[in-house]
Write a protein that binds this ligand. Sequence first.
Ligand code: ZN
Length: 332
Amino acid sequence: MTVADLSAQLTAYEGRPAVLGGRGRDPVDAAMIRHWCEAMGVQEPGAGPGAESGAEPQRQDVAPPAMLQVWIMGGLSGTVGRATAYEELVALLDRAGCTAVVATDCEQEYLRPLRTGDEITFDAVIESVSPRKTTALGTGHFITTRTEIRANGELVGIHRFRVLRYAPARAGAAAAPAPALSPAERPRPVINRDNAGFWEGVAGHRLLIQRCTACGRQRFPWLPGCGECGSPLWEAVEAAGEGVVFSYVVMHHPPVPGFGAPFAVGLIELVEGVRMISNVVGVEPGRIRIGMPVTLEFVRYGGRSGGPSRGPSGGPSGGQELPVFRAYEEGL
Ligand code: ZN
């Protein structure tokens, strides 16, 4: 099939139904509104994106307008009422090699706010199918569907949803080259008020953990309060630097800038009872085992070798001081 033939066939689907007789799986309800608000970080039901369109006062039983799509989602079992025309359109694109799909954008119009108890029905039409487009993902066609959403039979919103159905770009053609592996590129730690003391310890080759001065519980990583009793009071204590491999993974792929694969990431249980994530060195990554004894040491990655450490961020020599754990194979 030529590109022109395919385009003509695709265009013929414009205006045909995508969903007929769709029905919301549940009436608008307060629990879903609350979950959505929490997930989106919206404090007040009725506030949030699109709220300006609602003339009603903010009320617990009014859904944020931007939730519009929530009420028509089909869930894992899929959309009920998907029209034959839409299935045919997708099958046509599949045969043309456009087997991948990605949602690209969504536009909504709000006619009135939805309230708890509203019963939702909807119909959707295939509004447009674009000419062939080449994108970074691959070449394909944008499909825009227009869904009219009704509450108790009254039109309350319009939801336009656009997807790109495309033939994935050839594997390798678009793949980025593997990043160069240079210790100088190791990611820098994020140092803030809560963990600055830890990194000051590292600069002085001391592994510091926190101990709650109210209940005595030791903790790592550094946190402003005690997870046991909630107290903000703590003191720093120096770990002995002995522990065992509690768990580990060996990273082979994908390449991580600053790390030469394979490398081992260990979850180390210190004799003090806390655990920390660090590199395990001294043993081939494939020979690391759970329970292996390990000993703390400090290494300097990147920058000028041998230079003095000048603070937690590495100082003027540009390197990075880090605690790692050296493993010893049993019997050696
Ligand atoms: Zn405590």
